[in-house]
Design a protein around this ligand. Structure first.
Ligand SMILES: Cc1ncc(COP(=O)(O)O)c(C=O)c1O
Length: 464
């Protein structure tokens, strides 16, 4: 076992994150080689003068970033080297590929959700009466969960009775059941010309044809939307009016009214994705509040509380939640009751508010850091958003820029991932501010992006 002591001087923020960051740096620099056994929790806690719990959280965070592995009774071991001197994190969900500065996934920042979870699980265990959560439940969710969801959703400006709510396993599941309920293979679905990649993937599986609708700084352009309705015999629109992914626009109330009017005129059903709707301090009402009879409103707790909780909600037009329940039943019988119970308790006891408020504040802080680190860089974003869109200056192309950054240990997502159709190449990248663990590292990673924008691509001489 190594006598490893983390260098904590000058590190700000929670102690456990400081220890995890120090560990990441030592792994990256090679000071801690692959396979090295780390001090026991108690030993390191004694040497640092902190609690064993703090070291356990630090090692837990390091495990989450893919830095260490551990087995109860065997100890904690360093997993591998980044070779860059920086902390590591998984690039792509499920891939064991460490990346120093990962701006790729649109994750919330890491808060203290694990503490809330530990407390709630302990309470649930102590209370007894868990057996109903281990049983089959109604396909749209337990009545109490739907009522709590309706209360939570009412903060967006959408008031709907619980009978219109279907509980689901996250927004992606909500999108799946809604599209499966509304469409058939070959149907056209209209969406913003830059859209959430999860929709593109889903449309592929469901054999739907996505048609992109041009946008401006206020979101979907009414003239383009109307034309697309006319030209494509479409019946469905999927859109993200509040903090659009990837360009973070918030559609104004007037524009929302125009979109709703056009949808009504052309008999279009709206699927409104509001997963980022909790972030802005001030936001216009959802489309679903303006046109409840033609709208499916989808949200989840993935961005406000925790993506791994897998809890989301769909508010359907009156009488249509049952149809969503039927689709859920055919896929997975019901959303996971235990996860929905945890979410309901957090909503009821105010923990959810606390966590969402923390994410909101963190998004603003991270935007300020970004503004500092990217001085002079033109970005499209919103001060309440976790994501930003960077149009690339000449001569960069999105693919070249992404590879250039990857060689410097930075992951961003090129415009292609969001594009619907093949109209024109777009030279831009999406940068997500949430996933990086500390403000220091966020600033460092962003400064690499800023520096790279001022450099030129190197031609690939291996191509002849
Ligand atoms: C716009 C949008 N919708 C839906 C989702 C999926 O969310 P969930 O984790 O709740 O399935 C995401 C995730 O990034 C997203 O950005």
């Amino acid at each position: 076992m190594t006598i490893w002591t983390p260098h904590l001087e000058g590190r700000k923020g929670p102690l456990y994150l400081a220890v995890a960051d120090a560990l990441a740096e030592d792994v990256g620099s090679g000071a801690l080689g692959s396979g090295t056994r780390l001090p026991t929790h108690r030993d390191l806690a004694n040497r640092l003068g902190v609690t064993v719990g703090t070291v356990s959280r630090a090692y837990g965070e390091a495990r989450r970033r893919g830095l260490v592995t551990g087995e109860v009774g065997r100890g904690t071991f360093v997993r591998g080297r980044s070779g860059s001197g920086e902390a590591l994190r998984l690039t792509v969900i499920g891939e064991d590929q460490p990346v120093p500065y990962d701006f790729g996934l649109n994750l919330p920042a890491t808060g203290d959700g694990d503490q809330w979870l530990a407390r709630t699980l302990a309470t649930l265990g102590a209370e007894g009466g868990l057996s109903s959560l281990m049983d089959y439940q109604p396909d749209v969710g337990i009545r109490r969960h739907r009522e709590t969801a309706a209360r939570w959703i009412s903060r967006t400006g959408l008031t709907a009775p619980a009978k219109r709510v279907a509980v689901c396993n996250g927004a992606q599941h909500g999108m799946s059941i809604t599209l499966m309920a509304l469409t058939r293979p070959g149907d056209v679905v209209l969406t913003e010309e830059l859209t959430y990649p999860g929709l593109r993937e889903l449309a592929g599986f469901l054999q739907l044809r996505l048609v992109g609708v041009a946008m401006d700084g206020d979101g979907l352009r009414p003239d383009a939307f109307e034309e697309a309705c006319r030209d494509n015999q479409a019946k469905t629109l999927y859109c993200m009016p509040t903090l659009q992914n990837p360009i973070a626009t918030i559609m104004s109330e007037n524009r929302r009214q125009e979109v709703v009017d056009i949808a009504r005129r052309h008999d279009i059903t709206i699927i409104e994705d509001d997963v980022y709707g909790f972030l802005p301090a001030d936001r216009p009402p959802p489309l679903a509040a303006m046109a409840p009879e033609i709208s499916y409103f989808i949200t989840s707790l993935s961005k406000s509380l925790a993506p791994g909780l897998r809890v989301g909600y769909v508010v359907a037009p009156d009488g249509m939640a049952r149809r969503l329940g039927a689709v859920t039943r055919s896929l997975c019988r019901m959303a996971t009751p235990l996860a929905a119970e945890i979410a309901s308790r957090w909503i009821e006891d105010g923990s959810a508010d606390h966590m969402a408020r923390w994410q909101r504040k963190e998004a603003r802080t991270r935007q300020q850091i970004a503004r500092r680190a990217l001085t002079g860089v033109s970005c499209i974003t919103h001060p309440d958003s976790f994501h930003m869109w960077i149009p690339l200056p000449e001569p960069w192309r999105a693919g070249e820029f992404t590879s250039h950054l990857q060689n410097r240990g930075v992951v961003v997502i090129p415009a292609d991932a969001f594009m619907v159709g093949r109209n024109k190449p777009l030279h831009a990248v999406r940068v997500c501010l949430g996933p990086i663990s500390s403000h220091q590292r966020l600033e460092k990673g962003l400064s690499i992006i800023a520096e790279s924008l001022n450099q030129s691509p190197r031609p690939n001489i291996s191509v002849i």
